[in-house]
Design a protein around this ligand. Structure first.
Ligand SMILES: [Cu+2]
Length: 658
């Protein structure tokens, strides 16, 4: 039985409540004719929970291949029985075959093994703590997420790195950050952008964070498609920085990659970016130096690029631009970062406070029946969100670099780091509608899945009817003929063999004994998506010196920055991305390609039937994606994982478009 996937707008097939959905295809051979077994007429497949308290009929099966309805249980058993009737609704006949999902291999491991592992003297080297030059900043305990268990040995782990948080002699001299402002820019305009240190009142404390122009998020820039603007960046931080204009097919010297397109801008210095915006859509900007620190501390902002087509989007009553993030707060404030190397190098730094536009709660009031166009950007370091509006219908209309070929109903939005989606939501009932993130967490220690639900905000729907009434246009799924035509020009390349293949994997050295033990036990099953940080201690303590995430060119065996692909401008390349399930720790990776655009043609060989231009693709653990890369923009560019800690742990390569 193959656990396949249905075609859909995202690379992950998941229900709104967070259950992964597997589309099973069963291939049978050698089964005897059912009547030869007695009074039996047919074979029926069933799916059951491991404890058999849930049993569902999947359908009749026979020798050969049968695609069955989707399964959305965390762990399950598939059974094939011989039944008297093809219409049997209860499993009663003779059991012929039985198979278990890979997730059932996740069991509570031998507790003694853990106890031994936890008491053994560790040779991993984390006992040597560097400290930040005699001052008071030190590692404390990592925050314990609700609902999961940590062993004492995990709780004693500390990163072998000096802790960093931004600090100034007189914090009261810092400006207090303010919510972001909309800055419309006309072609030819110049924006002065300062990356600086600010104070932020946050949940009863005052944090010292970073901000662009003192705003959280950074200013929302709005330009017309085709506009050219200048940005004068001033670095008022305590460390070097750059700005990368994510998804924008601009001229290479302005791409903001240190040591590739520019030198990093030292504190107190400036750099001038000349930007052009060839594509409509929602983009964003962030530093390309230590994203794990600088982006997490608040250096991110959106760029809205408006199409000249007045009917580019189907109608909406209003627009909302949301940047989704999370922040890791401990008892004493923000958990420090690593100074010379990243912490959280295994799974990335999951936060424990969800943020919408930098605030822990998002609120909006709308009229009944309003259609809201939401522009969503995931700026978190590692978290993939599964977002829905409880009780409101939603359709996805656009992705990273413009519209989908056609609008599509969705029950939730799966958005990985750096991805963008535009969705239309209609609020047709008065009352409160919650914007929620609902996922299945994984308690690795006890081998069990559990529900996690976070409310990111509330939309208050008033009694009065919205004007104008957009119910008719909302009910229609519109096709975008311009996008269809732009995709159609590439259709002749779709079925060609892959030109390149990249394998995504990792290596580790010097990890504590305890961490290695747990990871070996864990490696019998990897969930396609780690939705939350459920190995907090060992993840936190693993640094970029111990973990090396790898992009490997399948043809040459070269890895990361040793890879040097060369293309010619105008070329179209089909690239197969293979996220190795059998690596030391399998995990999803949002792969971002600079300066170009691509189509995600297929995931696990299931073709996508509704295409959109993208710059980032979320690759679940064990998954394969075929992308068609449109090499339109000359220069030397990056391809990397957008989990900030994976990027800091070397998961990047370069390619040249001549
Ligand atoms: Cu990654």
């Amino acid at each position: 039985m193959e656990l396949g996937r249905a075609s859909g707008p995202f690379t992950v097939d998941v229900s709104a409540d967070g259950h992964l959905r597997y589309t099973p295809a069963i291939t049978l051979s050698g089964l005897p004719q059912p009547p030869s077994l007695g009074r039996h007429a047919t074979y029926v497949a069933w799916v059951a929970s491991p404890t058999m308290d849930v049993i569902q009929r999947l359908g009749t099966v026979r020798n050969g291949r049968t695609v069955l309805p989707a399964i959305s249980l965390d762990k399950f058993i598939v059974l094939v029985t011989a039944e008297e009737s093809a219409n049997a609704t209860d499993m009663g006949g003779r059991l012929m075959l039985r198979g278990m999902s890979p997730s059932t291999r996740l069991q509570p491991p031998d507790f003694m093994q853990f106890v031994l592992g936890s008491t053994r003297e560790d040779s991993g080297g984390h006992e040597h703590h560097e400290h930040g030059g005699g001052d008071s900043l030190a590692w404390t305990m990592v925050p314990m997420p609700a609902g999961i268990s940590m062993l004492p040995a995990e709780m004693t782990l500390r990163p072998n790195a000096a802790p960093y948080l931004p600090r100034v002699v007189n914090p009261n001299s810092l400006p207090v950050a303010e919510p972001r402002q909309l800055i419309p820019l006309a072609s030819g305009d110049t924006l002065r952008l300062t990356a600086g240190i600010v104070r932020r009142p946050f949940k009863g404390r005052t944090l010292t964070t970073f901000a662009f122009n003192g705003q959280y998020p950074g200013p929302l820039l709005q330009v017309a498609q085709g506009a050219r603007i200048t940005v004068e960046l001033t670095n008022a931080l305590d460390q070097p920085t750059t700005v990368h204009w994510h998804g924008v097919r601009l001229d290479n010297p302005n791409d903001g990659v240190p040591d590739m397109t520019q030198r990093a801008v030292a504190p107190g210095e400036r750099f001038t970016y000349h930007l052009r915006f060839p594509d409509a859509g929602i983009y964003w900007y962030h530093p390309h130096v230590r994203e794990d620190i600088q982006q997490d501390l608040g250096l991110y902002g959106n760029i809205m690029v408006r199409s000249p087509r007045s009917s580019y989007f189907s109608p909406a009553n209003r627009e909302e631009v949301l940047m989704l993030d999370d922040l890791l707060m401990g008892d004493d404030g923000m958990v420090p970062f690593g100074t010379a190397t990243t912490t959280h190098a295994l799974m990335g730094r999951f936060g424990n406070v969800m943020l919408v536009n930098g605030e822990p709660r998002y609120a909006l009031a709308v009229g009944r029946g309003e259609v809201v166009r939401y522009f969503l950007t995931n700026v978190s370091n590692t978290r993939t969100f599964n977002l829905s509006f409880l009780g409101a219908r939603m359709k996805v209309v656009a992705g990273d670099v413009g519209n989908y070929e056609r609008e599509q109903w969705v029950e939730s939005i799966v958005i990985g780091p750096a991805e963008r989606y535009v969705v239309h939501v209609r609020f047709d009932t008065a009352g409160d509608v919650a914007l929620v993130n609902r996922v299945r967490g994984l308690d690795h220690l006890y081998g069990r899945f559990f529900s996690e639900e976070d409310t990111l905000g509330v939309i208050r729907v008033a009694g009065g009817a919205a004007s104008p009434d957009l119910s008719a246009s909302f009910a229609t799924l519109r096709a975008d003929t311009a996008v269809r035509a732009s995709v159609a020009r590439y259709r002749r390349y779709f079925s060609r063999p892959a030109d390149k293949a990249l394998v995504l994997t990792m290596e580790a050295q010097g990890l504590p004994f305890f961490t290695r033990q747990i990871m070996q036990l864990d490696s019998i099953f990897f969930t396609p998506v780690e939705w939350s940080g459920t190995m907090p201690g060992m993840n936190w303590a693993a640094t970029g010196d111990q973990v090396r995430w790898i992009l490997r060119d399948a043809a040459t065996g070269k890895e990361n920055m040793d890879i040097d692909w060369t293309f010619r401008r105008g070329e179209v390349a089909k690239i197969r991305l293979v996220n190795e399930r059998r690596s030391f720790h399998g995990m999803q990776h949002p792969i971002h390609i600079h300066g170009q655009r691509f189509l995600v043609l297929a995931v696990n060989d299931v073709p996508n039937t509704n295409l959109v231009w993208k710059d980032t693709v979320l690759l679940p653990a064990g998954a394969t994606a075929d992308i068609l890369l449109d090499l339109s923009n000359p220069g030397r560019w990056m391809l990397h994982c957008h989990i900030a800690e994976h990027l800091s742990a070397h998961m990047m390569m370069a390619f040249t478009v001549q």
